[in-house]
Ligand binder design. Structure first.
Ligand code: KG4
Ligand code: ZN
Length: 338
């Protein structure tokens, strides 16, 4: 029997250093080192992120190889995140990947991070995978997109944010509420016992399939500031309701546009990807919508929602099959598009 290729994936686009080993479409290991240092600063500090990646990259790759129970000589190719992301962070992963490819004399594969989020649905977990074409709501700290996917290589962004990303809307709202960075998971947790209709915030009026979140952020800020003038304990006394109402506003904006995209394209196979797809309310609301309307919905496993190298390795696997290789002149790109 022909052995399936073994791909080492490297992800270093923001503040997580990750390495994964995949054989065919099956994960053998997926190690993620989070950088706690940024929570002290209320956001990712690019210079600190690059330094932490430099410290983490070799131990993380080493751990991924050990956990996969392979030798580095077994690796068929190395895939790395080319962009989009923070340039200094991307440079650490790309330099490592280039050196590893040269040292081991194996192919080098450059991967688009957003494409990686989408293709995480093709990691073999024994569950059904999306069929082409499908729509993917890709929501992360840096991006908010509706993507129409025709094949593993043919994808088209049909809606995007004109200002903040959905993850930023969560993180900036959390900052206003005095919650730690990244704020998305904290809002998600506090919202569980809150009333989604306790507070109303401004709704964006953006045409077609594009998104906007900056108006919502301003509306949240003004509401909180005016209430704090009357009651300095306003946030503590209303934290759960505030989180539930903010989360409801962000999720409603996302679902509204997704429904519009389904109407326009006629595509009824839906997927979500990116860090915000870990949000429990978004997952529940999407499941309700899919059940009501008869859409087929694909939600990734929790560990493949936020940044991870398994998604880079699976994209690398498809590129490996197409012999779509990079060479030593490849450079990272902070603003890489599809
Ligand atoms: O995809 P990701 O790990 O990194 C980027 O590529 O940006 O996404 C990170 C974003 C952050 O904004 C974080 O607050 C958000 O995903 N996030 C969540 C949740 N978990 C992570 N947002 C809402 N609810 C969550 N449970
Ligand atoms: Zn991401």
């Amino acid at each position: 029997m022909i052995k399936k290729p073994i791909i080492l994936g490297i992800e270093s686009s923001c503040d997580d250093t990750s390495a994964a080993i995949l054989q065919g479409q099956k994960i053998l290991s997926n190690i993620v080192a989070n950088q706690q240092i940024h929570s002290l600063h209320g956001g990712v500090v690019p210079e600190l992120a690059s330094r932490a990646h430099q410290q983490n990259i070799i131990p993380v790759v080493d751990a991924a190889i050990k956990k996969a129970n392979i030798n580095k000589e077994d690796i068929s190719a190395i895939a790395f995140t080319k962009g989009p992301g923070l340039l200094g962070s991307l440079l650490v992963g790309s330099s490592f990947a280039k050196s590893f490819a040269m040292g081991m004399n194996i192919p080098l594969i450059a991967v688009n991070h957003m494409q990686g989020h989408i293709l995480s649905h093709f990691i073999d977990e024994g569950k059904a995978m999306p069929e082409f074409p499908f729509l993917c709501l890709t929501v992360s700290g840096g991006h908010t997109q509706i993507v129409r996917i025709e094949s593993t290589i043919n994808m088209q962004v049909i809606g995007t944010t004109i200002d903040d990303a959905a993850g930023e809307a969560f993180d900036k709202s959390a900052k206003i509420l005095g919650l730690p960075y990244p704020g998305g998971p904290h809002i998600d947790n506090h919202a569980k016992k809150g009333n989604i209709h306790a507070f109303e915030f401004g709704k964006p009026k953006i045409k077609e399939l594009d998104f906007s979140f900056s108006g919502l952020k301003t509306s949240i800020l003004y509401k909180i500031q005016s209430n704090l003038q009357k009651n300095p304990r306003f946030i503590e006394e209303n934290l759960e309701d505030l989180c539930a109402s903010i989360q409801h506003s962000i999720v409603s904006i996302l679902l509204n546009k997704l429904e519009k995209a389904i109407k326009i394209t006629g595509i009824k196979q839906l997927a979500i990807a990116g860090g915000v797809s870990a949000n429990s309310y978004l997952r529940v609301e999407l499941e309700k919508l899919a059940k009501d309307k008869g859409y087929q919905l694909y939600i990734p496993k929790f560990e493949y929602c936020t940044d991870n190298a398994a998604m880079i390795a699976i994209t690398g696997y498809f590129k490996y099959l197409d012999k779509d290789f990079a060479d030593q002149s490849e450079t990272p790109s902070a603003r890489l598009s599809f």
